[in-house]
Design a protein around this ligand. Structure first.
Ligand code: AMP
Length: 548
């Protein structure tokens, strides 16, 4: 049972018992493993970022003080704190401190705009919201301040950068050497159970605005432990995080948390220029990194010309979208590291190719589940199982896959079957050797280099433009990103331009990566026999235009 937050859906009791009996679940929380690792080798380097280099001991001091200060601000076990920050030391210290005091961070990608952030804040009802200023998108700090006025639970804006008025200065909050005249509160027992949320991740795989996913303590700790073994992460690991660490793939597969829990080192970088990344790899002797295919592709191209010493690299995890087999086979040759394909989702299931798999498995498949107790079903449109080798929608449940969304019974009922399987919306094939190949999406999602754009979301916003009568968004193949958004628009009297529409959507607060990159103005949208917009015909049309 979830004790401190009744809104966290709990996994079926019989299965929970099975996971406990099998030794997968335990009372250990990820915060416990992280703290133990910080104390084990206090002098070993824990974090390197643009601005700081902290040993595990120094990191522990920062995490402890930040926890006291947060508790002094009134943050209690079970409270949510929404965190939208780039890969900076303060981000890491804040997240670790929140785990420590049992106040689950809600991790929001830095690329999310006003629209997505507002939705998350309304759903999570946090006590605090951490944002950064000083970027092009300072407007988010302004929105955070506005939200503080509008959302009754939201007491504090923690601001990294230009701190004003009632904002809490996040850099000071996270720095034990900085003066702090706010109240302090010592450690308190954390009453959270195995089912209570350790963190909240956001959904990327289903339709609609992001849904809030409560990742329960027991499952989360187990998943990170299992992933550490599969990726061979140890105290000697040096992980380079150049993709946003707020994404589950970078945070917990085993990622930043798994590396720190093993006593290793995390190098926090900025996205994602290969030259800068290569300098960091050479300087810090990086062993592991986690990339989406588009970035892996840029690295593979640049590696052919670099003089940087990349010989420390051992494992490159690629996931978030499916890499082309040619890219997959290039990675080992060009970067000299083992490719580990990863397929998974913030709701749970993780599949990996194993480091000692045959080359063909590594290049051609997205791997197999991390846990022997992960269950996968592949079903046809009627929900009936399909045989191995035939594509079907992948359904899954298991020891670290959640039972539902936070405070969203409607979305939960849609995305989960009555017996607890999560409908991924992914079309996949299982090979006889158990490895999975992802063939695409059942639903209408455009995957721009790993960033998921629900077409419907975008369409709902575009038709609000006065010059748009009707519209449809489809993915169009793109060399670098895999696919980007093409918008088909039926105009009112005056034809809108792509620039106008992009500005309109930006002003509505839509995340920049969701903006359309191509516009086709048409008299009418094609429809199917039952009158739905015929997206197949639109995809064929844009492919034809691209060839012409
Ligand atoms: P997110 O929750 O943001 O991690 O998104 C999860 C979704 O990303 C999955 O349901 C898939 O649609 C997609 N995805 C993740 N990894 C892969 C992969 N290796 N190949 C293909 N699609 C992937």
């Amino acid at each position: 049972m979830s004790l401190i937050d009744a809104d966290v859906p709990t996994i079926d009791r019989q299965r929970a018992q099975d996971y406990l009996r099998a030794g997968l679940w335990s009372e250990e929380r990820i915060a416990d493993s992280l703290r133990a690792a910080r104390l084990r080798r206090p002098d070993h380097c824990a974090v390197v970022s643009r601005t700081a280099r902290l040993s595990h001991g120094e990191l522990d001091a920062a995490v402890t003080v930040t926890g006291q200060r947060l508790r002094g601000l009134g943050v209690r076990a079970g409270d949510r704190v929404v965190v939208q920050l780039p890969n900076r030391t303060e981000f890491l210290v804040l997240v670790l401190a929140l785990l420590d005091i049992g106040a689950p961070p809600v991790l929001v990608l830095p690329g999310f705009g006003d629209y997505e952030l507002g939705h998350v804040v309304r759903a999570a009802q946090p006590v605090a919201l951490a944002v950064t200023s000083g970027t092009k998108r300072t407007d988010l700090v302004e929105s955070a301040r506005r939200m503080r006025e509008e959302v009754p639970s939201l007491a504090h804006v923690l601001c990294l950068g230009d701190t004003r008025g009632e904002d809490v200065d996040l850099a000071a909050l996270c720095d034990p050497a900085a003066p702090w005249d706010g109240p302090l509160a010592g450690p308190a027992a954390n009453p959270a159970t195995m089912d209570d949320a350790a963190v909240f991740l956001l959904s990327g795989g289903t339709t609609g605005p992001p849904k809030v996913i409560p990742r329960g303590n027991a499952g989360y700790a187990y998943m990170i432990r299992a992933a550490r073994e599969i990726a061979d992460v140890s105290q000697d690991t040096v992980l380079l995080a150049v993709m946003p660490a707020a994404h589950g793939f970078v945070m917990n597969c085993p990622g930043v948390l798994g590396t720190l829990a093993a006593g290793g080192t995390v190098v926090l970088g900025d996205p994602t220029d290969p030259r800068q990344a290569f300098e960091l790899i050479e300087r810090e002797r990086v062993t592991h990194c986690t990339l989406v295919p588009t970035v892996a592709m840029q690295w593979a191209i640049s590696a052919a010309e670099t003089t940087a010493d990349l010989s420390s690299l051992r494992v490159i995890q690629v996931g978030g979208a499916r890499p082309a087999p040619e890219l997959a086979s290039r990675i080992r040759t060009v970067l000299g590291a083992t490719l580990q394909q990863c397929y998974g989702m913030s709701e749970g299931l993780l599949c990996y190719t194993r480091l000692d798999d045959d080359e063909t498995v590594i290049v051609e498949t997205q791997g197999r589940p991390a846990s022997s107790m992960d269950e996968i079903l592949l079903v046809d449109e009627d929900g009936d199982p399909v045989p191995d080798g035939t594509p079907g929608e992948l359904l899954t449940r298991g020891p670290y896959t959640v039972a539902g969304y936070y405070r969203d019974p409607g979305a939960t009922a849609k995305a989960f079957t009555p017996d607890g399987f999560y409908r991924t919306g992914d079309l996949a094939t299982r090979r006889p050797d158990g490895n999975v190949v992802v063939n695409g999406r059942v639903r209408d999602i455009i995957n721009r280099g790993g960033d998921k754009i629900p077409a419907e979301d975008l369409e709902v916003m575009v038709v609000r433009h006065p010059a748009v009568r009707a519209c449809a968004a489809v993915g169009v193949p793109h060399e670098l990103f895999g696919e980007v958004v093409c918008l088909y628009v039926v105009p009112e009297d005056q034809e809108p331009t792509l620039l106008e529409l992009r500005k309109f959507l930006r002003d509505l607060g839509l995340a920049p990566y969701k903006l359309p990159e191509l516009l086709e103005v048409v008299f009418a949208l094609p429809t199917t026999a039952i009158g739905k917009i015929d997206k197949k015909a639109l995809r064929a049309d844009i492919a034809r235009r691209a060839e012409a």
